[in-house]
Every structure is written in C-alpha cells, then in structure tokens.
Design a binder for this molecule. Structure first.
Ligand SMILES: N[C@@H](CCC(=O)N[C@@H](CS)C(=O)NCC(=O)O)C(=O)O
Length: 105
C-alpha cells in the first residue's frame, strides 16, 4: 500500500489523539554508542517515557558516524535529530530536556 494511502486510513481513527499521545511517524533519530554512558542516559530516559526513536549506532567508520559528522560537525554522541522540526543537538542533558518538553505528556 502506498504511504499516502496508509496515512489517510490511519489518521481518522486517531483524530482525538495529539502528537504527544500518538504519532504515526517516528520523528526522532538518536545517534549513539552502546559503550557511552551519556548515550545510555538518553536511551534510559526514552525507554522510561515510552518515546520511540530510530536508533543509529555510531561505530567507527559507520555510515551513522559520517551522518553525525556532516550534520553536527563533531563525532560526539549522543546526538538527537527531530525530523519534524529540523532540531538537532548534542549533550545528553539538553536532549533529555528537549524530548521531555516536546514528546512526554
Ligand atoms: N557532555 C556530553 C558528553 C558526551 C560525550 O563525552 N560523549 C563521548 C562518548 S561517551 C563522545 O562522543 N566523545 C567524542 C568521540 O568519541 O568522538 C553529553 O552529556 O552528552
């Protein structure tokens, strides 16, 4: 089924739900590393608050790391991309504050 059809069938069923309670499209991308304590803090926050996200692991030489360098200018993780607003940020505390403010009820 083409994406547009899927969207028009899905949305009317959920018209009473706000973007904070339901979102048919995952809008958050987290670039992180398994061995990084700061990344773990963000992942734990997402999990505790049932926030969905696309996970890109930034291994040395990986496409994710290349994306990270191109978008943010550094290889530091964690790095959040909100594809809905174009917001991008480093810093675990800032990411947690941002997600808490925009995606947690
Ligand atoms: N203050 C930052 C620290 C993040 C940080 O130090 N990340 C490390 C990995 S745990 C990193 O990406 N270092 C740079 C690198 O590995 O290229 C935060 O809270 O997110």
């Amino acid at each position: 089924m083409p994406p547009q059809e899927a969207k028009t069938q899905l949305l009317p069923q959920h018209k009473n739900l706000t973007s904070k309670t339901f979102n048919p499209i995952i809008m958050l991308i987290l670039i992180h590393r398994e061995d990084c304590h700061y990344s773990a803090k963000v992942r734990q926050f997402m999990s505790d608050n049932n926030v969905s996200y696309i996970s890109l692991v930034s291994q040395k030489g990986s496409p994710s790391r290349e994306i990270l360098r191109k978008l943010g200018g550094q290889e530091q993780v964690p790095f959040l991309i909100d594809t809905d607003t174009g917001t991008m940020m480093y810093e675990s505390a800032d990411i947690i504050n941002y997600v808490g403010e925009h995606y947690v009820r």
